[in-house]
Design a protein. Sequence first.
Length: 637
Amino acid sequence: MFRLYDTDGNGVLDTNEMDCIVNQMMTVAEYLGWETSELRPILQDMMVEIDYDADGTVSLDEWNRGGMTTIPLLVLLGLDTNVKEDGEHAWRLKHFNRPAYCNLCLNMLVGLGKKGLCCIFCKFTVHERCVQRAPASCVATYCKSRRAPAALAHHWVEGNCHGKCARCRKKIKGYNGITGLHCRWCHITLHNRCVGSAGGACTLGRHARHILPPTAIRPLVLDRQRSLPHRHTPDKQTLPVSISLPISIAATTEEKKEEKEKEKEHRAPPISFQITPPEGTCPLLVFINPKSGGRQGSRVLRKLQYILNPRQVHDIAKGGPMQGLQTFKDVRNYRVICCGGDGTVGWVLETMDKIQMECRPAVGVIPLGTGNDLARCLRWGGGYEGESIHKILDKIGRASTVMMDRWHIHVENSTDEVEQLQMPDSAPHPTSVPYNIINNYFSIGVDAAICVKFHTERERNPDKFSSRMKNKLWYFEFATSEQFAASCKNLHENIELVCDGVSLELNKGPALQGVALLNIPYAHGGSNLWGASGAHRRGRFPDAQQDIGDKLIEVIGLENCLHMGQVRTGLRASGRRLAQCSSIRLITKRTFPMQIDGEPWMQPPCKITITHKNQVPMLMGPAPEKGRSFFKLFTHC
């Protein structure tokens, strides 16, 4: 990029060449629709600031130090893809179950399934043949000038309105051609004749407290104090890296590729926006895993992109959560919502550990897929069953904040000769430790053996695991086979477990095929292995209660697969309570299956140390309403 503007090839950018760069940035700003009258002097000052030695030219070193790490320059040179052009529709092919009309030709969408294209962000609807003529009239997601309007205006989209008019309360005859208007932000629906009485200012509607209006988001380049590079910053590593050079994959070793991946993961992505939420609001930052829960993830993604500002909703499968968290880094009083399984929540929490945050936001969960033990613990349910997103957002507004413990696990392989694991099948098994942090639970033995079989078969034949029901049937089959195989028999004789410096001497107790360490009450898709308080009038720890924020972890023993099933169905109160402690040391004498938060692997003989890491704020869902419906007794998770 430097050489592209260094037209005379003398190794420095002179005044004329820097003017060419400013002109290029002004062209990009005009294309993006920004207010350019106030932008040129800011950019000219920025180019002067890059000249660190004040000699009237910019060298390659000065460009690398300032220019290629200054986000506004990258944005306006077209190198930063984080700022996308507003106004462009996000089309989705849709089958309409109601009469729908094209916003361009005004004709009804006809044919099998009433197929047409609908914008995810604003619900602008067109025929497939009309899409090329569609105007760039989609909703604006950010403000393009420092002179932002004091109030947000409605964004009206005409036609395809159903229900009653918010003004006169009469039904809108949406089946009778293009009629009625709805606001994309506050989602009110009005007759054409009633729009004049709606007022010019939009209130953002039912979920105004959670929505970032476009007036609250503006390009960082318009805030000059945060846009300018720091002249007195000697350490180049402290500057955010925002562009990466291509490398030859063939020329790199496996170790170098791993280092590159780790460097890319820890690298802070560029911040392109400054976010200033309105007073009295608590905006949401949403991460969605569209692969979770079959098609549920994609459906929830589209709905939240329509209800909230699209810049608040991120597809975690596209680049991970770092970009969104970095953008909201300096925002105060916001909440993070994870839509996915427990693995998605763990991914977001791990990424938040890498970012220096003055005030860590609370994290809530919308459970998708199977498992979802953490979501059950936090009263968000065991899975998304098509509930109204509006009701879920209302629950988030009433949620409280609780602190949750997290635990660090260190696995050190024994120096003895590692035995070779003999399994009945020849399928490869995962052998590397998936995480070094425990959010939910850690287990060794029988339950991990089932999980290893499930994981291996799913990797080998993913088509067999296409639905939640199929997953449960496969899990039941593997549990049944493990009950007869007893691959972890006499586990208690091959491990040493020390809790808070005291050995439990498992070899002198009853036979066990598994041991689980619980940070939350639920595991294995809803089993309360520690048991409810007061259920143990006899035995060890009769009055011990489980709390996700008490800096203690519970240790239980599992006799076999049948024992797990009995606890799951309520035939037995819990597993065998072994300890409640703050630090654990575990030594294994042979290869055993293990799992952390549902991710299994086969572990050779090793020494494991588990200690308390930190506490993080989580959102606890509101308590369920009692006595309103008899059938809720059977649907409560």
